[in-house]
Design a protein around this ligand. Structure first.
Ligand code: T1G
Length: 692
């Protein structure tokens, strides 16, 4: 199979790129395009050129697997230059995604015809790099500096309609895009239209303050990241010193970034997510269709989960025992969709369709024709067991039952049921209709059919679904619990919440431990603590700062006060009363507080997590380090430009981590700090979580 082929249709040459799965511009594609364009230039029968793609999408970018390897000729920017230089008009026919080098290629064409569902973007900065083939200087000539920066530095793609409005596309079609591009080219020839080179268009005039403002904006939204700032530099250069110079400058910056630690980590994150969402040993043939779903429990989680299904076009039966709770859940769903309409996110007809697809009920019997039911009731073994039994009683024997527990043992939950093979976990994160992560849990008796189905369902719901095993807190919460414990210990030893949170934020987390606690609700954390007091160590039980804060009526953001105080706009400020409470708590318990360095805070937070991650891998609760990294990147705000906890662990090195764990063991005891055997083995053999 040839990566690039070309045929003559009348007097128009149609060049087709065919390089599955996403038509990436690998070397064969670049060389093929170069040759096809040269051939078209010398061919008298060719009067215009259409560049189109086979398969599900236009070109989705450079081949990310080639990054970091020696570049092979021809460079994409040379290919694009040759296309743009063509004396014969060139029209791009875009369907699916035109991303990165794909959009750059399209921008080098003289005209662009887009399919109504197409997406166009320059996501390079999300990979730690910048468009390397003239994407920014060309895009700002067509769409202006602001739009170009939103797309390149912000990494935000646009849809077909927006592309047309912004001048990035010249025509939009709901029909076959290749045929539409051919018709466009024919019309162009008939009207005497000629090549229109993007690089020859004037750059928009722009004051330097615009770029300063953009730098500040992306500093705030993409804290600590180099690539968005480099995009702004390239845009400024494009406006200040012309096309050729800025393309050369862009290539130089690209080369510098592509081997940077941030780019390596972001590339890792991209591929880790694709590995993690495809667990081994599941067959697509086993997947059963989900036409209707049930949700039991209409609290915050249940309501969010119901919306996940509705958003994916799956009708929902929502069962709740309390009429008031049910009514309030329906009200929340309605309000959310009305708000989506007001913000232009969905059309009014869609709002109605989604609301109509929700059947609220007090009766379990209404679940009878559901293909899957997700249980989202109170986190208590007895309550959940009872609810699961009632669900099973009212369900078709082949229908699946998922529990949304965040800590409980799925095998114990399924034990009393008649068909435990139908039981799985689907651990959604709050707010369920927004958070990307889904931990799908494999019970000891869950059938391959059930597991394959919830993985496929996760994708359909637009989630990043990772399969995990049964364990207290599964993967994400189990690791978080270790970090949380250290954070509380550090409060009693000498740190304050604002110091711990600042260190975590400087590392790149969107919020620190105590901000997170305030957001999730301290009453929730307190109840969770009470329910497991019998499993806590003496020191953990004695470490009662949370108890005191909750007893003071401070339940977090929702009550305007927790570890911090919040104003009506939820703006956070440090509260001296909390510092005092923490200091007095230590005094009372005879703990001599000391200054704790930022370095110690970061180490204790990260190494506690990494060590637990290593145990989780050894136990097989997570099958691969990619699973853990993906969970932390998508559910817990681990900074993407650091690749995830296990990738980051490799950067630090197992020997160093083990050495520091031993150091902390000497202070706090091995009960809290014992290196995982896997880390010890890595330290001994020079191993790592990822092959190097
Ligand atoms: N390179 C290599 N492989 C890629 C790839 C790419 N650019 N994009 C996708 N794949 C693989 C992916 O690993 C998976 O493989 C399969 O394709 C299907 O992907 C010069 C420097 C296009 C929207 O950042 O956003 O251009 O796991 O599961 O949900 O300036 O893939 O099956 O073996 O994601 O339908 C910029 C990245 C590159 C686009 C399709 N481009 N891709 O989503 O399928 S930098 C991107 C995507 C650049 C220039 C620069 C999505 C998609 P496998 P998938 P999907």
């Amino acid at each position: 199979m040839q990566a690039v082929s070309s045929t003559l249709s009348g007097n128009i040459r149609v060049i087709v790129i065919d390089n599955p799965p996403v038509n990436a511009t690998s070397q064969a594609v670049r060389a093929g395009l170069m040759q096809a364009v040269e051939q078209a230039a010398g061919d008298d029968d060719t009067h215009a050129i259409v560049i189109a793609c086979a398969g599900a999408t236009f070109v989705a970018g450079a081949d990310i697997k080639e990054f970091g390897k020696p570049p092979l000729d021809p460079h994409l920017s040379e290919v694009i230059h040759a296309i743009e230089s063509s004396a014969k008009p060139v029209v791009a026919a875009i369907h699916g995604s035109a991303l990165g080098g794909g959009l750059e290629l399209a921008l080098g064409c003289h005209y662009r015809v887009v399919d109504g569902k197409a997406r166009l973007g320059l996501p390079e900065s999300t990979l730690g790099i910048i468009p390397g083939a003239g994407g920014i200087p060309r895009l700002l000539r067509l769409a202006g500096v602001d739009k170009a920066l939103d797309m390149a530095a912000g990494g935000k793609p646009i849809g077909a309609a927006e592309a047309l409005e912004a001048g990035v596309a010249d025509a939009l079609t709901q029909e076959d895009v290749r045929a539409a591009a051919l018709a466009f080219a024919q019309r162009l020839l008939a009207e005497g239209g000629a090549a229109r080179r993007t690089r020859e268009l004037p750059a928009p005039g722009c004051e330097s303050q615009v770029f300063e403002a953009a730098r500040a904006k992306f500093q705030a939204s993409h804290r600590g990241q180099l690539a968005p700032q480099a995009c702004v530099d390239v845009a400024e250069r494009s406006v200040a010193s012309g096309f050729e110079d800025s393309v050369a400058y862009g290539r130089e910056r690209f080369r510098e970034l592509v081997t940077s630690p941030q780019a390596q980590a972001l590339r890792h994150a991209f591929f880790a997510e694709r590995v993690a969402t495809k667990p081994a040993g599941l067959s697509a043939d086993e997947v059963v269709p989900i036409r209707k779903a049930g949700v039991v429990g209409a609290g915050t989680m249940g309501t969010g989960i119901a919306m996940c299904f509705l958003n994916a076009g799956i009708p929902v039966v929502l069962v709740e025992q309390n009429e008031t709770v049910l009514a309030s859940s329906v009200e929340t769903v309605g309000k959310t969709y009305r708000n989506d309409v007001a913000k232009g996110r969905i059309a009014e007809a869609m709002q109605r369709t989604r609301c109509d697809a929700l059947t609220p009920t007090l009766r379990y019997e209404s679940l009878h024709d559901c293909d899957i039911v997700v249980e989202a009731v109170f986190e208590d073994m007895g309550v959940k067991q009872q609810v699961l039994a009632s669900i099973e009683e009212n369900l078709r024997p082949d229908a699946l039952i998922a529990t949304n527990t965040s800590f409980l043992d799925i095998d114990a939950l399924a034990a009393g049921l008649r068909r435990p093979e139908n039981v799985v976990g689907m651990h959604f994160f709050s707010p369920a209709h927004i958070m990307k992560l889904l931990e799908n849990v494999r019970g000891a008796r869950s059938s391959p059919r059930a597991l394959a189905t919830i993985q496929a369902l996760g994708k359909r719901l637009g989630k990043v679904a990772v399969m995990v095993g049964v364990s207290d807190g599964f993967v994400g919460n189990r690791m978080l619990a270790r970090r949380t414990r250290e954070c509380y210990f550090m409060l009693e030893e000498g740190a304050l919440p604002e110091q711990v949170d600042r260190v975590l934020c400087e590392f790149g987390f969107p919020m620190g431990q105590f901000q997170l606690n305030d957001l999730a609700g301290l009453d929730v954390a307190w109840r969770n603590r009470q329910s497991r007091l019998d499993r806590l160590s003496e020191r953990e039980v004695a470490c009662n700062i949370l108890d005191e804060i909750v007893a003071a009526g401070r339940h977090g953001q929702k009550t305007g006060a927790g570890f911090y105080t919040y104003d009506a706009q939820r703006k956070r400020s440090v509260d001296p009363a909390i510092s005092e409470l923490i200091v007095r708590n230590a005094e009372r318990r005879g703990i001599a507080r000391r200054a704790i360095s930022d370095e110690e805070i970061l180490e204790r937070c990260l190494y506690a997590m990494i060590n637990e991650g290593a145990l989780i891998l050894e136990e097989g609760v997570a099958s691969r380090p990619e699973d853990i990294d993906t969970i932390w990147l998508n559910g817990y705000g681990f900074p993407r430009f650091r690749g995830g906890p296990m990738f980051h662990a490799d950067r630090i090195g197992a020997a160093r981590i083990c050495e520091r764990i031993r150091h902390y063991a000497s202070q706090a005891g091995e009960q809290y700090w014992t290196p995982a055997p896997l880390l010890l083995a890595q330290a001994r053999d020079g191993g790592a979580f990822y092959a190097r």
